[in-house]
Each structure stands twice: as C-alpha cells, then as structure tokens.
Design a binder for this molecule. Sequence first.
Ligand code: PGA
Length: 221
Amino acid sequence: MQKLFIANWKSNKTTSQAEQFIREFVDALDLGNLSDTTVILCPPFTLLSFVSQFIRANDLSLHIGAQNVSPFPTGAYTGELAAELVHEFCEYVIIGHSERRTNFGENDALLFKKVEQARAEGLKTIYCVQNELTEVPKPVDYIAYEPPSAIGTGNPDDPEKIGEVFDHLKIKYDESGLLYGGSVSAENVTTFTTIPNISGLLVGGASLSAASFASIISAWK
Ligand code: PGA
C-alpha cells in the first residue's frame, strides 16, 4: 500500500519560494528510494503551472494536487477553476477542507458537486471530514480526517481517537484510503504511523518548510 504525504500549502508561497522549497526538498530526501511513498504538493492555483513544469523539467517523482475545484464545468463562471482546467496540471484535488466550509460557506451539496466534477475529469479526490459523521459522497479516492480543533493549533487528535474514527469510516466507505491531518509535525509523526488502516498524512503548517516536510516523510519507515 502506498503511503501518501500531502503538503497543503494553503494560501502561501510565491514562485521563487516554491522553487526554493522544491530544490531544498529533493536535496533533503532521496525520492528515488521511496518506492512505497507518494508525495503530493498542493500549491495555490497560481503555482500549479510553474510547479508542474519544474517537476517535469527536473524529472522529479513528485505529484501535484489542487486545494479546490469549481462545482461547475468550464464556462461562464468568473473566478472559478473547472476540473478540466485543474486537471491540466494536477492528478489530485482536496475537497471539503474545513477552512472552505468555515470561511467560504461551502456545504455538503456544493462539495458533492465538486466531487462529481473532479471525478468526471479523472482527478483523484481527497475528501476532508471533520468527524465520523461528515457525509462523504461515494466514491472518493481518499478520506482525510481533519478535526478542526487540530488544524493549525499544535494539538493533534489523540491517535486512539483517530483509530476509532477510522473504524467508523472504514465500515461506511470501505473503498477509500484513510488519511489524517491536523498539526502533524516531524516531532509527532511517529504517533500516527501505527494507527490501523492509515494510508497517509495531510500536512499544513509543517509542509511549508522543506526540511520539516522531508523529516515527516523520513520518519515513517
Ligand atoms: P496543519 O493543517 O498541519 O497546519 O494543522 C492541516 C490541514 O489543514 O490540512
């Protein structure tokens, strides 16, 4: 089973900062030796073109995800990015992050449409849930359990609690891989790696530094 490490850069990094990150990151980690590991960078939309060209030009085994996608197809939707446009640069997309729900009023109905659009264009979907009761449209490729109390707070969820939430999700959504996100750091990463059924980690703050993101990946043997 591939382990996924997803860097959610949120609304951070200019082009030069992204380039510096990738250069430092590939120096810090021997990507060629990590055959069971998938690393997915999720930069802001402004960097998707640059990051994908940089990865291709340097033949790096890194993958790209978007942090959001339009619930509509291409067309007259000012300010939106349709799945077809996103798919030109990305294989993956994060949908339903709690920051989208809280700051932009995104609800289940809207998020379900986003998943539909993403899947229709062949994007792999990473759907965020805030607890075991969050509705998930079927099917999605991955479900990321991200309790809002753990996001950006330095207080990750208790590994036992994560295991319990995974048990619930496994019963309801057997076809999806399970991820955890919320204050994952190089210091605490090993507390999550032994949780039954965990397929990977979604990392926010600690993915902004190449050194700390590389340490997180190296720590999961
Ligand atoms: P965090 O963010 O690692 O900074 O807590 C995780 C996320 O929001 O995906």
